[in-house]
Design a protein around this ligand. Structure first.
Ligand SMILES: Cc1ncc(COP(=O)(O)O)c(C=O)c1O
Length: 427
């Protein structure tokens, strides 16, 4: 057996489904997951020594590629000074200050994951409004806290049902799930239940049903209805924050609370949420909302985050990311055209999804019309050619500052063949 096979077999005997997070299992596309041992820049290596150009980027954090020397050095330096304190530290103050400065948030709190950020932001919103019901959108993902693992009920103005075994209906039943990009559904919801609604949480630009772009009327309706009905708007920027631009994306201005994660930790475990002081001061010890974390604001994570922000503040980083991402988009479009396959590209900045349907979807329901078997063939054919893409039709691929013309050219060349394989002509 190869080293890859050995590792996957060993993992199967230890971890449920061989993984510590489900999408890594390749379950939705079939085939065997690729165990990775090393990354550098745009490249990763598996246990058998095969090299891949990586467009997964650890599912979002690695906007500067793998093992960026400045980030590695910052983590090493911080580690030598102690790995955790459970006290205020200069690096957490500095990262917090820089995040507030870049986002306009008056107060922020660091947590260890995006899941904790959204869960805690909702707790603050419920306390601040004295209301219980939360609205989310079909296909948007905000982590795995009980209340956010809800699926749509039977009508628009009904509360949600549990979307996971182990989540009681009572927990999911305080969350309503509405169709994305559908202003009429929002109007109907707020007409019926606006006065009960504590918050609406939405991905600023969704990446978790694949990249789906928000319509401007949807965004305007969302902003207006939240204001009119006194519900807080929570923008989930766990993917988009500091990825689409330095600070918050401009997809959802004027939200009340913002959630961050991924990029701001430089590849280390992080989440953050923040907003106006008047709202954030509901948190203990200022206020009555309990929220805490032994390793929150951990010095290694903070040092990695600071190094990441330093790199991202260098001139031209986002312009270059946009340029390289658009080369990739154009190359993929040409491959789709030449193969004559029903596929399209949905892209915002350095996040991109190849959907196997004619037009970019505007909602989860439309996304689900994609030919997932064709996506699986495409993914496999790209992997065989040394290109690693996110292993699901409903994920984003990420471009980093470590991707340059040679990597994009290689990916596009591979895609010309892989699109033929997706169409069923070739392998
Ligand atoms: C938009 C969004 N919110 C929240 C989360 C949860 O973050 P974490 O996996 O760090 O808990 C994710 C994770 O992919 C995400 O994409």
């Amino acid at each position: 057996m190869s080293k890859n096979e050995d590792l996957v077999t060993a993992a199967h005997n230890i971890f449920p489904g061989a993984v510590n997070s489900p999408v890594r299992s390749f379950r939705s596309i079939g085939g065997t997951p690729v165990p990775l041992v090393r990354g550098e820049g745009a490249y990763v290596w598996d246990a058998d020594g095969n090299r891949y150009i990586d467009f997964v980027g650890a599912f979002g954090p690695l906007i500067t590629g793998h093992a960026h020397p400045k980030i590695v050095e910052a983590i090493q330096k911080a580690a030598a000074d102690g790995t955790a304190f459970g006290a205020i530290t200069p690096t957490e103050v500095e990262l917090g200050r820089r995040i507030c400065e870049a986002t306009g948030m008056e107060r922020v709190r660091f947590v260890n994951s995006g899941t904790e950020a959204t869960m805690s932001a909702i707790r603050v919103a419920r306390a601040a409004t004295g209301r219980e019901v939360v609205v989310k959108f079909d296909g948007n993902y905000h982590g795995h806290s009980d209340g956010l693992l809800a699926k749509a009920g039977s009508g628009v103005a009904t509360l949600g049902m549990s979307a996971s075994a182990g989540v009681p209906e009572a927990m999911a039943g305080r969350t309503a799930v509405l169709p994305y990009n559908n202003p009429a559904a929002l109007e109907e919801w707020f007409k019926e239940r606006g006065s009960e609604t504590a918050a609406v949480i939405v991905e600023a630009v969704p990446g978790n049903m694949g990249v789906i772009l928000p319509d401007s009327t949807f965004v305007e309706t969302l902003q207006r209805l939240c204001k009119e009905h006194g519900a807080l708007l929570i923008s989930d920027e766990v993917i988009t924050g500091f990825r689409l631009r330095y600070g918050l994306s401009d997809a959802l201005p004027g939200a009340d609370l913002y959630c961050l994660g991924k990029v701001i930790g430089g590849g280390m475990p992080i989440g953050a949420f923040g907003g106006r002081a008047e709202l954030m001061n509901h948190l203990a010890p200022e206020g009555g909302v309990y929220q805490a974390g032994t390793l929150a604001g951990n010095p290694l994570v903070m040092a990695a985050g600071l190094a990441m922000l330093d790199i991202l503040q260098e001139t031209g980083v986002y312009a270059r990311l946009e340029q390289v991402s658009s080369f990739l988009e154009n190359g993929l479009r040409a491959a789709i055209k030449r193969a004559g396959v029903d596929a399209c590209i949905s892209r915002e900045g350095s996040m991109l999804t190849v959907f196997f349907r004619k037009e970019p979807p505007r909602s989860m329901a439309e996304g689900q019309e994609s030919d997932t078997a064709a996506f699986a063939r495409f993914h496999r054919a790209m992997l065989d050619r040394g290109i690693m893409l996110a292993p699901s039709q409903f994920e984003a691929c990420f471009v980093s500052t470590a991707h340059n013309e040679p990597e994009i050219d290689a990916a596009v060349n591979a895609a010309h063949e892989a699109m033929r394989a997706a169409a069923g002509n070739g392998s």
